[in-house]
Structures are given as C-alpha cells and as structure tokens.
Design a protein around this ligand. Sequence first.
Ligand code: PGA
Length: 257
Amino acid sequence: MNPAKLVVGNWKMNGSAALLRAFAAAARDWPACETVVCVPHPLLPLAHAALAATPLRCGAQDCSGEDGGAYTGEVSARMIGELGGRYVIVGHAERRGGHAETDGQIVAKAQRALAAGVTPIVCIGEKAEERDGEQTALVLRRQLLQLVRVLGRDIASIVVSYEPVWAIGSGDAATPGLIDHALGVVAGILAFHAGPCARSVRLLYGGSVDPRNAGAILSRDAVAGVLVGAAAVVPEDFREICKAAARCSVMPTRDAA
Ligand code: PGA
C-alpha cells in the first residue's frame, strides 16, 4: 500500500458556481484520498468558500513569475494564496505550447508559488514526435534541470506531474508500464541532481485519466497521484477516480500524525 494518493482536478477554462455547488454537495461524503480542485482564477474565492467545510482543497491553474506590477492580465501566486488556493499548476502543456512558456519562466512561477506558501504542481512531458524519436528522457531532463538548480532544497516541497502531451485530452492514456518507466526517469534525474530531498517530491501522472483506467494507474507504487482534466468537471467521474485513489492509499491516522 502507498501513502495517501493525491488527485488534482484541472478544470481548465470550464466550470461555474453551479458546478462548485455540485462538488460541495458531493464532498460531504468524499473518498479518503487527498483531493484538490484547480479552478479558473475568478472562481477561486467561491471554490474556497464552497469547499472550506469539506476535505477538498482548491488551487489555481497558473500564476505569474512576478510578484506584482505592470503585468496586465496576470495573477500572482500571492493573490492565489490570499484567496485560499493551496496549489497552483505551472508549466501545463497548454501553456508551454499555446503561450510559448519557457522552462525559465516556469521555474520563476514555481519560485513565486513557494514564496507565497502555495504548492506548485510542475507539469512536464514529451510530445508525440519526441516520444517517437526516443527523446523522452532528454526532454524530461531539460524540463527538470533548471528547476532543480534554482530551487535547491526547496524542490522537496513541489509536486511534479508527468503529462505526456500526446496523452492530454486524447482519450489515450499512457500505459501503467510506460508511466512507471517515465516516473522512474524523473525520480532518477531528481535524485541525481537534488540528492535526498528529492525523495519528498510527489510524482503524479496526467493525461486522459478516467474512471476506467484510474485504478490501474493509481495502484502503481511510483504514482503518488493523478492530474485529471476532462473527468474533473464531471462530479461522478471525479469521485470514481478519487475512490480508486482511496483504495490505493493509506491515509495518515491521528496516532501517526
Ligand atoms: P485530460 O487533461 O485528463 O483531459 O487528458 C489532463 C490535463 O491536461 O491536465
């Protein structure tokens, strides 16, 4: 058995106050895993209020690499923390691709998040052509290296999500064997460059996780949790994934705490 698995929902540009109410109602009796719902920025205060009395926590999907100033349209990690966000996704493939974010910018975002007391969930992963060219390990190394160098020991406080770009939104999740392999590569890179503190980094998988494949993925020891997109805005599906996570988790007991 593994320690408590972490299930993170990425609502992307979806959701509403009504969906939050549905989650708050469903959360009265929630499976025993750690659960985070990353909502669009304007929904964050509502999410914080709606989920405060439930085991679910809320987070955001991106933050600025700056702390404040003339950055029209940006949202700082500090603001996210003040609005009740405990986590923030950074470096998602849809931002690396659609917004040309660089590894350096993503590291700055992770740093800002840590400084604000918000846990960054750093997404990494290869594109289909990189996989086909057997470049996966190289890509993962490139995406992690600056992060390790800049964060130093603080790396222990981050979450890393391996999300192959070809698996996101495709209905074609990576196989558990492939996930094991990729997370092994990630763990190896972190251990080599960051030493023992890398052991605390929680490693997630994301990309077409759904109620049918969640159990097989979450049962792997290498997988500390999952990052869920499409299925995260369907309360019944998200709950099923969390049930699978609970079956694979050992929640800390009061005595152990
Ligand atoms: P998906 O998205 O579950 O819809 O593939 C995952 C993600 O983008 O984080």
